[in-house]
Design a protein around this ligand. Structure first.
Ligand code: FE2
Length: 459
């Protein structure tokens, strides 16, 4: 009602509209007062005509069944009421149209922004956070949960992003069994989005079993396959509308495509890493080691990387470099690689070429350029007396320095046919002794920090 009254005031504040009404009153030879529903005079039209307002009646001005104000005047003023009602309806529809255009514009902007940002997400957690931040611009939401069917475990993986007014945005992972009691399962089964405006009345369980006021849940579909559901929830009662649901469903459809892409990408990456790992192990089997050298170098390197605070993407590159650090040994002849005794100078020179062979192999594989320095320089020394390039200090790439420490520690602690491996503590002391000469002291420190008790009983 208040909105219609505002609309009436706005209409009468327009000089053109007022002139039309004055002209009509003049034509009718009458005067009239236009008032809001509280009795405040908004316009005094036709003043000076022969038909005084004091002899008048009162006629309501209605729009869409609601009273916006009223007109006082003679019976002739009813014509003013009709014209005013018509003008108000036109003004209302115009405003409706502007709102509609503005909302469409906001929606288009939302999806443009969403698509642009989601393209660089390589983690479902990031997608959850991004979806939450965008949804919140348009729909009331305190949490967003992405629920994905896990066909291997037969559970539901849940990624929940929450943002309250008093806290930072957080993301947590959990799992949920198929209980048949959650709205998400119902939506996954039916394939239709749902609004639950009062969860306590409707008897549904909120995702994660938490207390929730209202929820909207939409299926995550890839073509006709339902891979999960996406849910937004508010802590307090919220009246979600069908246009909220429509917007949310469209957003969920887009999120579904990207979530599936992230999953496929992760699967591919895992397949790639396990293929590379198998390749490295196959090469290792030619060697005299007792086995699992690659695995241990990878684990030690990763632990050092974490201890140095290297970010997720950097750790992935480090892991690959560590797996492939000795791939160049494939180019070293058996009679040199497998020779039990001491190598001649010429044989040692050939052996020292394996990092360069590794570089040559990896150069042929598109997308692995970033791991080459770690492979090529894992035998460089901090004091510059290593090979193949005699690099020193910070000329040596970080991953290469890390692999050097991990590789040497494993070589020292591994049993060979001609000698027993050192115990971990002695080997760690040896790393410390060679800090600043063979190794970068920062990397040795990070190794000690990663394995403070140096127990490693399962070496
Ligand atoms: Fe090596």
């Amino acid at each position: 009602m208040k909105n219609y009254m505002t609309l009436l005031k706005k209409l009468l504040a327009n000089k053109e509209s007022l002139k039309v009404l004055n002209d009509i009153a003049g034509g009718l030879d009458t005067a009239a007062l236009i008032l809001d529903i509280n009795g405040n005079v908004l316009a005094d039209i036709g003043r000076g005509q022969t038909d005084p307002v004091s002899e008048s009646g009162s006629f309501p001005v209605n729009i869409k069944g609601e009273q916006a104000g009223y007109v006082m005047g003679s019976q002739k003023a009813q014509v003013i009421v009709s014209i005013l009602t018509y003008m108000l309806a036109a003004e209302y529809n115009k405003r409706d149209l502007i709102d509609e255009v503005f909302n469409r514009y906001k929606e288009i902007n939302l999806f443009y922004d969403f698509t642009e940002k989601i393209l660089v997400c390589d983690d479902i957690k990031d997608i959850a956070l991004l979806t939450l931040s965008l949804v919140k611009n348009f729909i009331k939401a305190d949490t967003i949960s992405i629920m994905l069917k896990n066909e291997e475990t037969n559970w539901i993986d849940v990624i929940t992003a929450s943002a309250s007014a008093h806290a930072e945005e957080t993301v947590k992972n959990s799992i949920m069994s198929f209980s048949g009691e959650s709205i998400a399962e119902f939506v996954m089964f039916s394939g239709n989005a749902e609004i639950i405006n009062d969860i306590s009345l409707d008897g549904w369980t909120a995702p994660g079993g938490g207390k929730t006021g209202s929820m909207m849940c939409a299926p995550l579909k890839i073509k006709d396959k339902i891979i999960g559901a996406i849910n937004i929830a508010t802590e307090n009662y919220t009246e979600f509308t069908s246009s909220d649901l429509k917007l949310f469903t469209t957003l969920s459809y887009n999120a579904g495509i990207f979530i599936e892409n992230v999953r496929l990408y992760k699967d591919l990456k895992e397949i790639f890493i396990s293929t590379v790992y198998t390749l490295a192990e196959t090469i290792e089997m030619r060697d005299d080691y007792t086995g699992n050298h690659t695995k241990r170098v990878m684990e030690y390197s990763y632990a050092i990387g974490e201890s140095l605070g290297i970010e997720k993407e950097g750790l992935e590159a480090l892991r690959l470099s560590a797996i492939l650090h000795d791939i160049g040994k494939i180019g070293v002849r058996d009679n040199v690689l497998l020779k039990p005794g001491k190598l001649t100078d010429e044989e040692f020179e050939l052996m020292k070429k394996h990092p360069v062979f590794g570089e040559e192999i990896l150069n042929r594989i598109k997308g692995l350029e970033h791991i080459i320095p770690g492979v090529k320089h894992h035998h460089e020394r901090y004091d510059g007396r290593g090979y193949p390039d005699g690099l020193k200090e910070d000329e040596i790439e970080l991953n290469a320095k890390i692999i050097s420490v991990a590789d040497t520690f494993d070589a020292m602690t591994s049993d060979r046919p001609y000698r027993k491996g050192l115990d971990p503590k002695t080997a760690a002391d040896e790393l410390i002794r060679c800090s600043g000469t063979q190794f970068d002291a920062k990397i040795v420190d990070a190794f000690i920090k990663a394995f403070p008790r140096i127990d490693m009983s399962k070496l």
